[in-house]
Design a protein around this ligand. Structure first.
Ligand SMILES: Cc1cc2nc3c(=O)[nH]c(=O)nc-3n(C[C@H](O)[C@H](O)[C@H](O)COP(=O)(O)OP(=O)(O)OC[C@H]3O[C@@H](n4cnc5c(N)ncnc54)[C@H](O)[C@@H]3O)c2cc1C
Ligand code: SF4
Ligand code: SF4
Ligand code: SF4
Length: 382
């Protein structure tokens, strides 16, 4: 049975929790706010199913990159509301039009993030754009399995570990399934976000009332895609802060607030079992300026070239050299570099009366990170 001895042994996908036939695995937040499974030994029947579905124990094999595309959704409004080129929106729309179901991450009633399914264009909108915290999987793997068994087409999107968790949970291929992941830098816990949002509310955001928040976008583009901002819309007005000045984004981007396994992520280099991977096409302005207008360009990394080609209908698409992945999007291959301030950050987080100040204090790249980035850039520059 699952017994987590080291936090780096669990990505929090919840496949074990959903697969346990005795439902004797609870899934609780630790002191950092990340969820881990805990087995009730008095109810466990030692069937070992939890271990057999766990993607960290059974990491899917790495796969070659078959093709790399730069892609944009021709609908500028969709692209404006998406993180990069709005590719997810176009692919998902096609699945709905064929009567399929789409799984993705949306905000819940507390402005935290959970996975859910959508069968209508309105429900799909909630999945649009990246939410930079770990999404709760709930019973989505089991629901996806139910749809697949009925013969429905399913598009399942998530981080590489969530896709590996889905593949582990299903334990067989279904012709109706298209599993798509995103390049993943790592995830902060919902608690980090909860405490930050609580402080903003205490300082007067939305008149102090979370119910007056109408939308949150971590990737708002008022000054373009490259200079994205975090925007919180409320009935009283909007708060829009560039990522370089936003304390929540700073601890995220400087690898302070990530889940422990993200620093040794085993799902890099295509080890998720996805058909293809979506990402920002950072560097497109140098690689292919004709595909760059600063409204956002996506990168599609195809492991299954046929599935990617079938899904890409309706997109403006251009094949690019696979070298661009290593040169501009190193997170596809390498895990986040540990930040020496992580321990300080999490040791103070729960008792801090000024979480934003704690974030500012801890959010600077360490010497090790600067050196690693320099070496990596040198290796991958022409
Ligand atoms: C936590 C996280 C880290 C990322 N790190 C990188 C990175 O380092 N480099 C890079 O190039 N791209 C990264 N991305 C991917 C990138 O931000 C875009 O999601 C991707 O380019 C798709 O954008 P889009 O415009 O096609 O569609 P969008 O409309 O932006 O699509 C969003 C998609 O992401 C899914 N999603 C949103 N939030 C979450 C979440 N919390 N957990 C799981 N799935 C989620 C939605 O379900 C949907 O499928 C990351 C995404 C996330 C969620
Ligand atoms: S061994 Fe079987 S019963 Fe025990 S926790 Fe794992 S899945 Fe559940
Ligand atoms: S199945 Fe997922 S949640 Fe369960 S132990 Fe493995 S990684 Fe953790
Ligand atoms: S970095 Fe790896 S382990 Fe962490 S959330 Fe992303 S895919 Fe999962």
């Amino acid at each position: 049975m699952i017994d987590i001895k080291d936090a780096r042994e669990c990505c929090g996908c919840g496949a074990c929790v959903q697969r346990c036939p005795k439902q004797c695995i609870s899934f609780n937040e630790d002191s950092e706010g990340f969820r881990y499974p805990e087995v009730d030994p008095t109810r466990c029947i030692h069937c070992d199913l939890c271990e057999r579905v766990c993607p960290v124990i059974n990491v899917p094999p790495a796969r070659d990159i078959k093709r790399v595309y730069a892609a944009v959704n021709p609908d500028a409004d969709v692209r404006r509301e998406s993180s990069s080129g709005g590719v997810f929106g176009a692919i998902a729309r096609g699945v709905l039009e064929r009567g399929g179901v789409v799984f993705g991450a949306r905000f819940d009633e507390n402005w935290e993030v959970c996975h859910d399914s959508a069968e209508t264009p309105d429900a799909l909108e909630a999945f649009r754009s990246s939410k930079y915290m770990q999404s709760r999987m709930g019973d989505c793997y089991a629901r996806a399995e139910g749809f697949l068994k009925q013969g429905r087409e399913v598009l399942f999107t998530g981080t590489p570990c969530q896709i590996a968790g889905l593949r582990g949970f299903l334990r067989k291929d279904y012709p109706g399934l298209t599993a798509v992941d995103v390049i993943c830098h790592g995830v902060p816990s919902a608690r980090v976000w909860r405490l930050y949002l609580r402080q903003l509310l205490e300082q007067g955001l939305a008149g102090g009332n979370a119910a007056d928040i109408t939308a949150i976008n971590f990737r708002a583009k008022p000054h373009g895609w490259l200079q994205y901002c975090m925007r919180i819309d409320t009935r009283q007005g909007s708060l829009c802060v560039p990522r370089a000045e936003n304390p929540y984004m700073k601890v995220f981007l400087h690898d302070v607030s990530l889940r422990p396994i993200c620093y040794v992520c085993p799902f890099k280099g295509g080890c998720s079992g996805s058909a293809f991977t979506l990402a920002d096409f950072w560097g497109i302005q140098h690689v292919d300026p004709a595909m760059h207008d600063d409204l956002g360009t996506s990168m599609i990394i195809a492991h299954d070239a046929e599935a990617a080609a079938a899904a890409a209908g309706g997109l403006t698409l251009k094949e690019e050299s696979a070298d661009a992945v290593a040169r501009y999007n190193g997170s596809y291959f390498r895990a986040a570099t540990p930040n020496g301030n992580r321990r300080l950050f999490f040791s103070r987080l729960n008792k801090s009366s000024d979480v934003a100040a704690l974030m500012r204090r801890c959010a600077s790249p360490t010497r090790l990170q600067r050196a690693m980035n320099l070496v990596y850039r040198k290796l991958h520059s022409k």
